[in-house]
Design a protein around this ligand. Structure first.
Ligand code: ZN
Length: 156
């Protein structure tokens, strides 16, 4: 098992990325909006793991609430698993409190699921299954890369 990334709640990606880029020399490789979680995400690779900067895109985003209550800071730790459903079943069997019983869409086309801090000693834990890495996803050979749109408007 590897640490996939460390999620950091920010008031704004731009302002906090300044520190990571200028003071530590990390680069943002990816920015995307994960509509399902109402966040904008920037990934900064750091060795084999990544720093994930999170910014709320609406006032009812979990990140907005987190920052409001505690200020910016470490929000969660994400570990990479081979099969997220197997990992979830095992956690459930061990009595862990799951926030997501079913995996959902995360940044970068991954499947993610969160485990409640009350089960992990106070750390919000994210499981990540990297779908493309499994090689089972069919990538159409067509030149038109009309990838399925992941940004769904949450049913309001
Ligand atoms: Zn994350």
């Amino acid at each position: 098992m590897k640490i996939d990334h460390i999620g950091i709640a920010t008031r704004g990606i731009k302002e906090s990325a300044g520190f990571w880029r200028e003071a530590l020399g990390l680069e943002i490789t990816d920015t995307e909006e994960v509509a399902e979680q109402k966040v904008r995400v920037a990934m900064l690779p750091a060795g084999e793991a990544r720093i994930e900067l999170l910014e709320a895109v609406s006032a009812d985003s979990p990140i907005a609430k987190f920052v409001e209550r505690r200020g910016p800071g470490i929000h969660h730790i994400a570990v990479r698993v081979d099969d997220i459903r197997v990992a979830l079943a095992r956690l459930k069997e061990k009595g862990a409190r799951l926030i997501d019983e079913e995996p959902r869409a995360g940044a970068g086309g991954c499947l993610v699921a969160f485990v409640h801090p009350s089960s992990t000693g106070g750390v919000l834990l994210e499981l990540v299954e990297n779908r493309p890495a499994k090689g089972s996803e069919d990538v159409p050979g067509g030149s038109d890369s009309s990838s399925p749109k992941r940004l769904r408007v949450p049913g309001s």
